[in-house]
Write a protein that binds this ligand. Structure first.
Ligand code: PMP
Length: 399
């Protein structure tokens, strides 16, 4: 088959492979506890479901405009005014099938072969896939538990070259929950000032999952003058537990938004109309409800952290936001399973957990940082308790 070289013999990224193993095993005995996923066990607001049902009953479900309904763009602009104190013109907004589509399209319309994109590790793998599929080259800035999984201005400058097109900045971050404060963003922007052609993809999809009274910082609040170089990425998947509805959006320079529109017109043509109506309603959710949700997550995070850090061989930093913990398992590498098989990598460790303890997680290698693994904690306490009890037992059987 005459496939492009990027696709010849290519396997799905590890994160999808692990999700598939979990699904297959769940089908067999239903006993797998799935902590590998990127979604909370919350439901979308009732008003959202009702709105979608009424729409289907009363209106024809048709294509919409390519990059989103005008009413939805108006809602997004109102949300940014109300929650983020940013004035956003509708012509700067593109609504797509999830933040994923926005990220992919932005890379597709800007990258030429060999262009570089700076990606801090650990990362959400779709960033890297989007870069590679579009013939770009990811340049990784490695972070670690000791630095809160964040990079600083100096590290950034060190990784910039004449080929750098984008910096990807995800705050709060997936998978390690790193959150950039106003001061940290300010320092990063001072570096950006020296490279006026460098674009910034600022992914704030976890903005409403933030703990310990932290206040989300948007790069354009810190530096409004960078507006023509920044693409904000957001969506309804995480804040309103609407992952399957597939609505996300980007806010950026008009030229970029228009190029993405052209690209979209040749691919999916428009986001789902029903889902856009649902998203419209979701964006009315009062901030107090979102804060309540964050408090629940914070409680779960604290509980999970306490128990994980009691397990010999695991070290876990405290995520400031999002819905994952990212423990280090390096001390367990080199140990043997009860069947004498050696655990050499974090992938081996996650395989051991899924096959022997029935708990599915994501190896750090799949997220660009070996020696760690990711667990979702946005699940009921009972489920998390059982998962941690299983992990504790499995780890205690390593020798
Ligand atoms: N950005 C980050 C950091 C994510 O973790 C995700 C989902 N896992 C997305 C963007 C995109 O989500 P969606 O396509 O559902 O909007």
């Amino acid at each position: 088959m005459m496939l492009r070289s990027n696709f010849k013999g290519a396997e799905l990224p590890l994160i999808f492979q692990f999700a598939q193993i979990a699904r297959n095993l769940s089908g067999v005995d239903g006993e797998i506890i799935s902590l590998e996923q990127g979604q909370a066990d919350f439901q979308p607001p009732d008003a959202v479901k009702k709105e979608a049902q009424n729409f289907i009953k009363e209106k024809p479900v048709h294509y919409t405009t390519i990059d989103g309904l005008t009413e939805l763009k108006a809602k997004i602009a109102a949300k940014y005014q109300r929650e983020n104190n940013l004035d956003v013109k509708q012509e700067r907004i593109s609504v797509g099938a999830g933040g994923s589509q926005i990220i992919f399209e932005a890379l597709a319309v800007t990258l030429s072969a060999g262009d570089e994109v700076i990606v801090p590790t650990p990362y959400w793998p779709s960033f890297v896939q989007g870069i590679q599929v579009n013939n770009g080259k990811p340049i990784f800035i490695e972070t670690a538990l000791e630095t809160g999984f964040k990079f600083d201005a100096q590290q950034l400058e060190h990784h910039i070259s004449s080929k750098t097109k984008w910096l990807i900045l995800n705050s709060p971050g997936n998978p390690a929950g790193g959150y950039y404060s106003a001061e940290e963003l300010h320092e990063i922007c001072l570096v950006l000032d020296r490279y006026p052609n460098l674009l910034v993809m600022f992914d704030e999809i976890y903005e409403h999952m933030l703990f310990d009274n932290k206040v989300h910082q948007n790069i354009l609040n810190i530096r409004p003058d960078l507006k023509e170089r920044v693409l904000l990425v957001n969506g309804v998947s995480k804040s309103y537990s609407m992952t399957g509805w597939r609505i996300g959006y980007g806010i950026g320079p008009v030229e970029l938004i228009n190029a993405m529109k052209l690209y979209r017109s040749a691919s999916t043509s428009s986001p789902s109309s029903v889902s856009q109506i649902a998203a419209l309603k979701a964006l009315d959710t009062p901030l107090v409800d979102l804060k309540k949700q964050s408090r629940i997550l914070e409680f779960r995070r604290n509980d999970v952290l306490r128990k994980l850090n009691d397990i010999n061989g695991l070290e876990c930093g405290t995520p400031d936001g999002a819905m994952y913990v990212f423990p280090r398992c390096k001390q367990l590498l080199g140990t043997r399973q009860p069947n004498r098989k050696k655990i050499v990598t974090d992938i081996d460790f996650c395989e051991y957990l899924i096959f022997n303890a029935g708990v599915s997680t994501v190896p750090g290698t799949a997220l660009g940082l070996p020696g760690y693994f990711r667990m979702n904690f946005a699940l009921k306490e009972k489920v998390l308790d059982e998962a941690i009890a299983r992990i504790t037992k499995a780890v205690s059987q390593l020798s």
